[in-house]
Design a protein around this ligand. Structure first.
Ligand code: UDP
Length: 329
């Protein structure tokens, strides 16, 4: 099966591409390298430099490579940035995804695995969050992903399209072989920033908000290993290929760690000490995001295997400590 992977040179996309190769699928990576890295894609994978906004080229590639299914990762994905530059998010995420849906409709590629997010829920009434919880995103990023899920549902009822939306909680960790990992510029995510502090590349790590209604006052997040996300994508693709109907699934571990707990885990596992400073809340951050992943466990038999906090921190540390400049040579 030929699978077009938009954003396949990015953090989550590149780990999914490795899993597709391992399980006998043929990924074709489509990436504009605005945030992705050439070196995140192995030399034996077909790599096409293209933009999801380039509708005619996208259609050409889907036809030329006889694409059966699309995995769509290409997106802007920073909560904080989405609040100060919403135009970028509506254009890249909503307009970009509309182009993909139409390119699929016009070419007949009809299976789609979509990279969604826990941010579609907003501040939950209760945790763990199940898929049928209310959708009330607190930030523009989450709003754009929810809009795309709505578009996919409408396309699926009107046209020949079936999709699985995977709502990730906090993706973290790196490939077990240490060959690929997380490299954003600028970096805004908690774990990579803590590693930079541990490596002495920054003088400290800031905690954004210490007055949340949580046991230690800092936000709770459900961290899921990127390799466990990758296996879920392949299961979702298999499900669709076997005729499965359109669905949304959460991907998390059902356990929340506070910002302070994550900092403590990194200090313990790396043996490094560094300064921690307390700052005001970051706009758009819900206090607690913890997944129920019962649905995908039951229906697709997915099980996270690498998502203990020890495995997440150890694999990410291996990547960051051996690639202090990320993919830069
Ligand atoms: N966070 C923090 N300091 C940082 C970066 C993030 O305290 O330098 C917090 C952030 O407010 C959130 C959690 O860490 O509560 C995870 O943030 P991240 O940006 O990694 O992922 P998000 O939950 O936004 O997808």
């Amino acid at each position: 099966m030929n699978v077009l992977v938009t954003g396949g040179a990015g953090y989550i996309g590149s780990h999914v591409v490795e899993e597709l190769c391992k399980t006998g699928y043929k990924p074709i990576v489509y990436d504009n390298f605005s945030t992705g890295h050439i070196d995140a894609v192995s030399d034996d994978v077909q790599l096409i430099e293209g933009d999801i906004h380039d509708f005619s080229f996208l259609k050409h590639v889907i036809g030329e490579y006889e694409i059966d299914a699309v995995m769509h990762f290409a997106a802007s994905s920073l909560v904080g940035e989405s609040m100060v530059d919403p135009a970028k998010y509506y254009y890249n995420n909503v307009a970009g995804s509309l182009g993909i849906l139409d390119a699929m409709r016009e070419t007949g590629a009809n299976l789609l695995v979509f990279s969604s997010t826990a941010a579609v829920y907003g501040e939950p009434d209760q945790v763990p969050i199940t898929e049928d919880a209310k959708h009330a995103p607190t930030n523009v990023y989450g709003k754009t992903k929810l809009m795309i899920e709505t578009m996919m549902a409408d396309y699926a009822s009107a046209y020949d399209l079936r999709y699985v939306a995977l709502r990730y909680f906090n993706a973290a960790g790196a490939a077990l072989l240490g060959n690929i990992g997380e490299d954003h510029n600028p970096e805004t995510h908690l774990l990579p920033l803590i590693f930079k502090a541990a490596l002495g590349e920054r003088k400290d790590i800031a905690i954004f908000g210490t007055d949340y209604p949580t046991p230690d006052g800092t936000c709770l997040r459900d961290y899921i290993h990127v390799c466990d996300l990758a296996t879920a994508h392949v299961l979702a693709l298999k499900y669709l290929a076997e005729g499965g109907l359109s669905k949304a699934y959460n991907l998390g571990t059902e356990h929340g760690f506070s910002v302070r707990e994550i900092i403590a885990a990194v200090k313990k596992i790396t043996g490094k000490d560094f300064a921690v400073r307390e700052e005001a809340r970051r706009a758009g951050d819900p206090a607690k995001l913890i997944a129920s992943s019962e649905k995908i466990k039951k229906e697709l038999h997915w099980e996270p295997k690498h998502s203990s906090i020890e495995d997440i921190v150890a694999s990410a540390w291996r990547w960051h400590s051996t690639h202090p400049n990320g993919y830069a040579k």
